[in-house]
Design a protein around this ligand. Structure first.
Ligand SMILES: [Zn+2]
Ligand SMILES: [Zn+2]
Length: 467
C-alpha cells in the first residue's frame, strides 16, 4: 500500500528525487539536480541542448524516464503524448540546487510545498539570474518561447515549522532543521503504514542546532517505520568547526589588517552573511556586496526572523562593475540591475580602493577582475570561507585563486563551517530516532550506517521498496 522509490541521491551527494506512494497518493520529496551525474557527461562547452527540450536530460539519465510527471511542452517536443500529472505534490526541503532545480521540468499542475524563507531565496535567485531550462522552479515559459511570452506560474504552497497539512491519504508535518541555507526542513509524513521521516540536509554543529534537535525529537516520538537520512560527511575525518570559530578567525584576520580584505562565501548561507556583516560593522568597515548578491539582501531582509540588512542599510555598499563602455555610464547598465544604480551607496572599484582599511569586500573569485581596477596593494587579505575543493574542477579553480593572490601579493586565509552534520552527529541522530528501517541517501557511504542500524536499506536507484 505504501512504497518508496528513489530516483536520485543514490550513492551520490545531492540530486534527491524520492517518490512516496501511499494508496492513490503520490508525492516527490525534493526533485533536485545531480551535479556529479551531469558532470559525468557534460562540461563548460558541452551542455544538454535547450533546443532539444527534456530529451537530452532523459537520454543521459539526468532525470528519470517516468510518465505523468513532466511539462506538456517538453513532452510534445520529445514526440510524446502530454499526460495529466499523476503526482499530487512535491515537498521541497530547501532551496539548494541539488534538491530544487529539476522541479523546472515538472508539470505546472503539481503543487510545490516549501518553507517561506525557501520561497524568498528562490525568488531572489530567479531575479538575479537568467532563465534557463534547468532553472525554472517558480515559473516557466513553454518551449519554444519568445521574449514576450508570459511565464506560467507554478502553484506554490508555503509552510512554516509546526504546520500540518494533508495531501490525499498523507498528512505532512514539516519541522525546521539547521543547514547552510535558511528555510531548511525535514518532514514527518504520516502514511497508511505509519510515519516516515525525511531529514533533508542538516547539521548539529551550526548556530541553530536547536532546530535540528526539534526535528530529531519529533521523529523519535512518532516511532517512524522508515527514516530517509542524508549522509554527506559520514566518512569525513573530525575537525573543529563552528560558525563562532569562523567569526573569531575572520574577525582577527580583518582587525590585524589596514588594507582591503575580501571574503569569499556563499551568500545563501545567511549565518555566514551575518558573520561577515557583523565583522565589518565592528571593525568600522563598509560591507561591500556585488549587484547579484544585493538581490538576496532585498528578498531576505523581508523576513524579520532572518535579521538580514536591506540594500539601503548604512553599512552596505554595492560594488558597481564596469560594463558596456567601461566608463560607468548609466546606459551601460540594463534591466533589473538598474534599480541599484540610483542608490546613494553604489561604489566603483576605484572608490572602494581609495578607502582600503574602511571596506570588507564580500566579493569572491568570480569578481576577481575587480582587483585589476582596484590596483590592489600587496598585503591585502582574502578569506576563503567555503569548503575545501572536492573535485577536479574546484581544485583547478583553487589553483587560479592562488595565482591571482600571488600576482597581487595578497595573503590567503581559510575559515569555514560546513552545512552538513559531522559523521558522529549523523550516527547519533539516526540511533536516537531509532526508525524501523533506514534509507541512507545523499551519500557515497550508505553502508557506514550499519554501525547504528540493524535494518539499513542499501538503496538501488529506481527500485520500489514496500514500507
Ligand atoms: Zn543537498
Ligand atoms: Zn543543501
Amino acid at each position: 500500500m505504501t512504497s518508496l522509490t528513489i530516483y536520485g541521491g543514490v550513492n551520490e551527494i545531492g540530486g534527491n528525487k524520492i517518490l512516496l506512494k501511499d494508496r492513490d497518493t503520490q508525492v516527490f520529496l525534493d526533485f533536485g539536480k545531480s551535479f556529479s551525474r551531469r558532470a559525468r557527461y557534460f562540461e563548460e562547452f558541452l551542455n544538454p541542448r535547450t533546443a532539444n527540450g527534456i530529451v537530452d536530460f532523459l537520454t543521459m539519465d539526468l532525470v528519470p524516464d517516468i510518465s505523468g510527471v513532466y511539462r506538456d511542452d517538453l513532452m510534445v517536443m520529445a514526440g510524446r503524448k502530454p499526460q495529466k500529472p499523476e503526482i499530487d505534490a512535491v515537498l521541497l526541503t530547501h532551496a539548494h540546487s541539488d534538491h530544487a532545480d529539476y522541479i523546472s521540468f515538472l508539470h505546472e499542475d503539481i503543487p510545490i510545498y516549501m518553507g517561506s524563507a525557501c520561497h524568498l531565496i528562490l525568488r531572489a535567485l530567479a531575479e538575479r539570474t537568467q532563465r534557463t531550462l534547468e532553472r525554472e522552479i517558480l515559473d516557466f515559459k513553454p518551449r519554444p518561447y519568445s521574449v514576450k511570452d508570459v511565464p506560467i506560474k507554478r502553484k506554490i504552497n508555503e509552510f512554516r515549522t509546526g504546520d500540518k497539512f494533508k495531501i490525499g491519504s498523507l498528512e505532512v508535518e514539516p519541522i525546521h532543521v539547521d543547514h547552510s541555507v535558511p528555510g531548511a526542513y525535514g518532514f514527518i509524513i504520516y502514511t497508511s503504514e505509519g510515519p516516515i521521516a525525511y531529514t533533508g540536509d542538516f547539521r548539529l554543529h551550526g548556530t541553530h542546532s536547536k532546530m535540528t534537535y526539534d526535528f530529531i525529537e519529533k521523529a523519535k516520538e512518532v516511532k517512524p517505520v522508515a527514516l530517509i537520512t542524508e549522509g554527506t560527511r559520514i566518512a569525513d575525518p573530525e575537525r573543529k568547526e563552528s560558525e563562532k570559530l569562523v567569526y573569531e578567525q575572520s574577525s582577527k584576520t580583518v582587525v590585524e589588517s589596514d588594507n582591503i580584505v575580501f571574503a569569499d562565501f556563499n551568500f545563501k548561507d545567511v549565518d555566514r552573511l551575518r558573520t561577515f556583516f557583523n565583522i565589518a560593522k565592528e571593525t568600522g568597515r563598509k560591507f561591500v556586496v556585488k549587484i547579484n548578491d544585493a538581490y538576496f539582501l532585498k528578498y531576505l531582509s523581508k523576513d524579520k526572523h532572518l535579521d538580514v540588512p536591506n540594500i539601503d542599510d548604512e553599512n552596505i555598499i554595492i560594488y558597481l562593475p564596469k560594463r558596456g563602455t567601461g566608463t560607468y555610464s548609466d546606459s551601460d547598465y540594463k534591466g533589473k540591475d538598474k534599480e541599484f544604480l540610483d542608490l546613494h551607496n553604489t561604489w566603483t572599484a576605484e572608490q572602494i580602493a581609495s578607502r582600503p582599511n574602511k571596506v570588507l569586500c564580500a566579493i569572491g573569485f568570480y569578481s576577481f577582475t575587480a582587483l585589476i581596477d582596484m590596483k590592489v596593494k600587496p598585503g591585502a587579505r582574502y578569506i576563503h570561507s567555503a569548503s575545501e575543493p572536492y573535485n577536479e574542477e574546484q581544485e583547478l579553480s583553487l589553483e587560479r585563486i592562488d595565482a591571482w593572490i600571488d600576482h597581487f601579493g595578497m595573503s590567503k586565509f581559510q575559515s569555514h563551517c560546513s552545512g552538513h552534520a559531522r559523521g558522529k552527529d549523523l550516527l547519533e541522530a539516526v540511533s536516537e530516532i531509532e526508525a524501523k528501517t533506514l534509507y541512507p541517501i545523499h551519500t557515497i557511504h550508505p553502508d557506514m550506517y550499519k554501525k547504528v542500524s540493524k535494518n539499513v536499506i542499501l538503496v538501488q536507484e529506481g527500485k520500489s521498496y514496500k514500507i
